[in-house]
Design a protein around this ligand. Structure first.
Ligand SMILES: Nc1nc2c(c(=O)[nH]1)N[C@H]1C(S)=C(S)[C@@H](COP(=O)(O)OP(=O)(O)OC[C@H]3O[C@@H](n4cnc5c(=O)[nH]c(N)nc54)[C@H](O)[C@@H]3O)O[C@H]1N2
Ligand SMILES: Nc1nc2c(c(=O)[nH]1)N[C@H]1C(S)=C(S)[C@@H](COP(=O)(O)OP(=O)(O)OC[C@H]3O[C@@H](n4cnc5c(=O)[nH]c(N)nc54)[C@H](O)[C@@H]3O)O[C@H]1N2
Ligand code: SF4
Ligand SMILES: [Mo]
Length: 688
């Protein structure tokens, strides 16, 4: 095979879901990766970590053969075995767990190492067909989704290309410059072409805030207060589009009355922002009708995150921004793609009544918390694909204790020897997206893409689909989805969804699923019956834990508040050169990020006697971790940011950042509260 440029798509858990052109050097080797120029969202741009993907796919640390543990759990002592033997061992362990405690004792666990619909979600079919415990997907988007749905009632927003027609772009609660760089390329293009203003709302001066014209550095978990005060000013100062409100919302007069006491001064005390800065921002937002609100995930990762998301999503309704090109909001376009997922996920094989375990509570589940176990049996056998829970899940000291249980059988299907894989009984080597077929939908844009493998699988690596086929076959799990190839599952799914064939979509570099203007802007009505945006959500309809949520947008003081013992609020924001724990294995990313580091206000450093480059211990009742100190003036006093997610082994004592975060489910539908943590901080050498 000769050198060529091959089309693919980025599988990583990033809303940009780039269309990629891969330099293929020979049948097993790639060179540079480029963002495809002919996809209007990717527009020829790719992030640095994926541009140098050769470092990851050809990494000498890739797993290439199935392994069986031969030393104590976690010792890292494994021997290579054949695929048949490895799959036989896993199947026998799952059969034994089922015989002893019932099928719910087996918990196949996954997340989004690849976002490909076939390779990510086939494990759901495996669960359903076998009657194994299900998994409630809460680690990422559950809070934001509930908050967005509360008002809008449909899981989609603006086509991001409309950013070019906006005069104001508000980047709220996400670090897009690090986490989905294309938002910045389109936003800065709008600034250049038409003088659009860019505003960032974020607790710290991250790369996004530094690229913005205005930065509102609020306290974490106070976005509801800020949004309420902005709405107060919008009503008070004549920026509300009353005709629009009359037609498109449920109770504008009631909301206006409720907001009378939510003044900028009231919000200033909660957010730590200057009241004038709040008023100025509100007037700016009110005076521009074509305002594009791009909502991040970060501000939803709090106990009050759903209420905050809902409050912010009210803004373009008040001004009627949705009426205008470039006006409205985008959180996720995940619901834009009308796909029939029956075959992929085995929805026709769901057994009613099987328990649904909260993935964020994996620590509690594995250490026998009866609430987390939903009253059912202990989990004694697991398969993980696409995820590294030993590092990424909250309450990670509990997770690690659970994974170390002698009576837990663990099979980890991975590309690398992650800290989760280190705890396994059987490790299976996985292909990367360049080595298998799949299809992708973009949460941050409007394209569905289908991709064929670009190179041959490394060593003996197998795809997730192939592993599930192998296990289902051994366990007597029958479903058509296990009989077909990944490509055939894709083709049938596309046909059932009324879409073109996989070949055709691949040949065309994807299909654009964007909606016409009126529909994208909800001019025929929002998603709820009656078509009105809900200022007064029906929280109980959105999840079982709605009790604490207010009838109208508000500040809800249910966060883990700072107190005398825990005077700091910790935000564990994503790092620029890692993607969760992916890329922590690539040399350039590691070199660039150096070591786990806390950004602390210089005055707090002074008060605590901390020096630049010194060590600080951060702790709370869940544990403590040691990180480096970097004095940083771009946040409020009392706020600490540690960019993540470093492997636990990169921390002194092996305790990573999620030792500190809590697995308390956020109302109404659950969700991990990674940026809602109170901690104490002291010099690492100080005696407790
Ligand atoms: N480089 C890189 N890219 C990534 C990832 C990564 O780890 N690294 N992760 C990927 C994944 S899985 C996801 S879900 C997306 C997430 O993408 P984002 O939406 O950008 O990330 P978040 O963690 O959700 O948000 C991070 C920002 O939220 C801010 N934040 C925290 N609390 C609050 C708050 O209370 N209010 C406000 N206004 N802001 C707050 C943090 O300070 C931080 O700047 O990114 C994806 N892309
Ligand atoms: N402190 C803190 N913790 C967080 C967050 C935070 O902001 N702060 N963010 C949270 C969020 S938003 C998320 S989404 C989670 C993400 O957490 P995870 O989904 O666990 O993400 P990664 O750590 O990237 O782990 C993905 C793993 O999948 C593997 N993988 C990739 N492709 C394949 C494949 O095709 N097959 C198989 N078998 N394996 C594959 C990769 O090698 C990698 O080890 O982390 C959460 N944890
Ligand atoms: S990680 Fe995000 S920005 Fe980077 S290539 Fe993948 S989709 Fe594009
Ligand atoms: Mo995520």
């Amino acid at each position: 095979m000769t050198r060529s440029l091959v089309r693919s798509a980025c599988p990583h858990d990033c809303p940009s879901t780039c269309a990629l052109d891969i330099e293929r050097l020979d049948a097993g080797t790639i060179g540079r990766i480029h963002g495809a120029a002919d996809n209007p969202y990717t527009a020829g741009v790719v992030c640095a970590k994926v541009a140098r993907y050769a470092e990851r796919v050809h990494n000498p640390d890739r797993l290439t053969r199935p392994l069986r543990r031969i030393g104590p759990k976690g010792s890292g002592r494994f021997e290579a075995i054949g695929w048949d033997e490895a799959l036989d061992i896993v199947a026998a362990a799952f059969r034994e767990a089922t015989a002893e405690h019932g099928a719910e004792a087996v918990w196949p666990y996954n997340y989004a190492g690849t976002m490909g619909l076939i390779q990510r979600d086939g494990i759901k079919r495996f669960r359903h067909v076998m009657g194994y415990s299900r998994m409630k997907e809460t680690i990422c988007s559950a809070i934001g989704r509930a908050g967005w749905m509360a008002g809008v009632g449909a899981y989609r927003g603006l086509d991001p290309r409309e950013m070019h027609e906006a005069d104001l772009i508000v980047l709220w609660g996400g670090n897009m410059a690090a986490t989905q760089v294309h938002v910045m390329t389109h936003a800065t293009a709008a600034r250049k072409a038409r003088g659009a203003k860019i505003v960032s709302v974020d607790p710290y001066a991250n790369a996004t805030a530094r690229a913005a014209d205005i930065h509102l550095a609020l306290r974490p978990g106070t976005d509801g207060a800020l949004a309420c005060a902005v709405m107060h000013v919008l009503f008070r100062d004549g920026f509300a589009d009353r005709d629009y409100l009359e037609t498109y919302s449920d109770c504008p007069e009631r909301l206006e009355r409720h907001l009378r006491t939510r003044t900028p001064e009231w919000a200033a005390a909660i957010t730590g922002l200057d009241a004038n800065a709040i008023t100025d921002f509100a007037r700016l937002y009110g005076s521009v009708k074509n305002s594009f609100l791009r909502l991040g995930y970060g501000f939803t990762r709090s106990r009050n995150g759903a209420v905050n998301m809902h409050a912010v999503s009210c803004l373009p309704v008040i001004t009627g921004a949705w009426r205008h090109r470039g006006g409205g909001a985008l959180f996720s376009n995940g619901g834009l793609y009308e796909l029939d997922r029956t075959l992929i996920e085995g929805l026709d094989a769901r057994t009613p009544g099987v328990r649904d375990l909260d993935m964020s509570q994996i620590g509690r589940v594995l250490t026998g918390d009866s609430g987390a176990l939903a009253g059912g049996p202990s989990v004694t056998a697991m398969l993980t694909q696409n995820t590294n829970p030993a590092v990424v899940a909250p309450e990670s000291a509990l997770v690690r204790r659970g994974l170390a249980r002698e009576d837990l059988f663990l099979c980890v299907h991975e590309q690398f020897m992650t800290e989760t894989a280190m705890m396994a009984d059987i490790v299976l080597p996985a292909t990367t997206f360049l080595e298998h077929d799949d299809m992708y939908v973009g949460g941050g844009h409007t394209f569905l893409q289908v991709t064929r493998r670009v190179i041959e699988p490394l060593g003996e690596c197998r795809s997730n689909h192939e592993v599930l086929q192998g296990l289902a076959g051994r366990l007597g799990g029958e479903h058509r989805g296990f009989e077909l190839s990944a490509w055939e599952v894709m083709d049938e799914t596309l046909r059932a969804s009324g879409l073109p064939r996989a070949d055709e979509i691949a040949a065309n570099g994807g299909i654009d699923c964007t909606k016409p203007f009126d529909e994208a802007h909800y001019l025929g009505g929002f998603g709820w019956p009656g078509g009105r945006f809900r200022f007064a959500p029906d929280w109980a309809a959105l999840g079982p834990e709605a009790g604490a949520l207010p009838p109208l947008p508000d500040h809800v003081a249910v966060t883990e508040a700072a107190d005398d013992e825990h005077p700091f609020r910790l935000v564990t924001a994503p790092a620029h050169d890692f993607l969760n724990t992916s890329f922590t294995e690539t040399p350039t990313s590691r070199r660039k990020l150096v070591a786990p580091t806390a950004l602390i206000h210089p005055d707090d450093c002074g008060a605590l006697g901390l020096d630049d480059g010194g060590r600080v211990r951060l702790g709370n009742r869940r544990g403590s971790v040691v990180v480096r100190v970097r004095p940083f003036a771009g946040l409020q006093r009392g706020v600490i940011v540690v960019e993540s997610i470093w492997p636990n082994a990169d921390f002194e004592e092996g305790q990573g950042i999620n030792t500190l975060t809590a697995a308390d489910p956020a109302p109404p539908a659950g969700g991990a509260v990674f940026h809602d943590t109170a901690v104490w901080a002291r010099h690492a050498d100080a005696v407790a």
